[in-house]
Design a protein around this ligand. Sequence first.
Ligand SMILES: NC(=O)c1ccc[n+]([C@@H]2O[C@H](COP(=O)([O-])OP(=O)(O)OC[C@H]3O[C@@H](n4cnc5c(N)ncnc54)[C@H](OP(=O)(O)O)[C@@H]3O)[C@@H](O)[C@H]2O)c1
Length: 196
Amino acid sequence: MITIVGAGQVGRSLAQGLEVLGKSVRFARRQPELAQEVGLQRCAVGSDYVILATPFMATGDVVPQLGLETGQVLIDATNPFGRGWPAGYNGADFASGGEFVQFLAPQAHVVKCFNVIGFEHMNKPQFPGGKPFMPVCGNQAQAKALAMNLATDLGLDAVDIGDISKAALVENMGLLWGALRDVEGSRDFAFSLLRS
Ligand SMILES: NC(=O)c1ccc[n+]([C@@H]2O[C@H](COP(=O)([O-])OP(=O)(O)OC[C@H]3O[C@@H](n4cnc5c(N)ncnc54)[C@H](OP(=O)(O)O)[C@@H]3O)[C@@H](O)[C@H]2O)c1
């Protein structure tokens, strides 16, 4: 069972992609509505892994509640922008949101992934130019491999760019994505990595 925290645009897009892949998925929400949904408190317990898809400003409250177990994988799809900052977050202490999430869950293996593409194209993207580039970073090799395999199965060009200190790079790419959306007047684009 994979638990997705936050049933918003990103959470639902990833859930749809995972279900097509034959995975069992459930949402953890502030106010569960459906039978297969659970609350946030200790939702990680018994999960194969957890995907964080909430606003960054909620991470300080949300992550400590999840009950993440030692060695459990937390895939962090958040971007550290939007309205306000999370509880306990001091920008001077953290170079990136990904490092803040790892700080909040030191027992878990945090992997940053899925933050540089619009939710519409996170599962089975169809671009004539090829697969969208998806940089992945985290401190633990097996946890990263899990996220890379997932991103690859969803149709993305997953690339391991290093440890969680690289999260600042990909979060800036997320900002760049937002600037391009405004310039292009569209969300139907993605980054790609050209190789010769
Ligand atoms: N939108 C994109 O294309 C995109 C792409 C890449 C990355 N991201 C990042 O992914 C994250 C989710 O984005 P999104 O577009 O899916 O946002 P969204 O549609 O607003 O969904 C976020 C979900 O998080 C939950 N939530 C909201 N406030 C919360 C709080 N204070 N405490 C706990 N849960 C809360 C809500 O789910 P419940 O109602 O289930 O509680 C909400 O549906 C953000 O960090 C964003 O920067 C977004």
